[in-house]
Design a protein around this ligand. Sequence first.
Ligand SMILES: O=C(O)COP(=O)(O)O
Ligand SMILES: [Mg+2]
Length: 221
Amino acid sequence: MTSPTILPWHAAIVDLDGTMVDTVGDFDAALNRTLAELGQPAIGRAFIERTVGKGSEHLIRRTLAEVGADAALYEAAWAAYQRHYRSINGAHSAVYPGVPEGLQALRARGLRLACLTNKPGEFARELLARKGLDGHFDVVFGGDAFERKKPDPLPLLRTCAALGTTPAQTLMVGDSSNDCQAARAAGCPVVLVRYGYNHGEPVEASGPDRVIDRLDALLQP
Ligand SMILES: O=C(O)COP(=O)(O)O
Ligand SMILES: [Mg+2]
């Protein structure tokens, strides 16, 4: 039997929305319940897909602007959105094919794993548990864990510190330019999945080291 190739990484940081779980249905339900409660028009999925990835604050502000609502509604919208999201989290979402297998393969090769998302940490931990993915991760950090979110490199640098690895030894796996820019600025190698949410742009445009169609393709040449 041939021995497996030595991997250049000691750990991997994996994004959540658009990388491990297709959550656009959850965003759709929470946002449109929020808009209805505020007496605002509904928003379509295409807009939501283009806009997720920079955290809830950004999504809510952009949604209010898109439907022509008064920006002063932000505080009420934020509170309603949190309440609605908590009540539906995971109900309209599905794990992408190859994700459990890909995570398992990385762990089997001895990598430490972190989930790093711009989603609030409470919702991220709950979603991972509901989808049976929580057991793969040594640490989970949400968008409210640090002073700044991706595409700032700070969350990646702090996650590497928590994992006890250097950025050069730590692979970032994501679906968007936010993940790619953060990884480049932090000094992490970066692989993007093709199927997620990248603000309507092809993932190749942000210049990742590699693009894959399934997470379990990561360890294949
Ligand atoms: O913007 C979000 O809430 C989702 O972000 P993520 O792609 O970093 O998981
Ligand atoms: Mg993402």
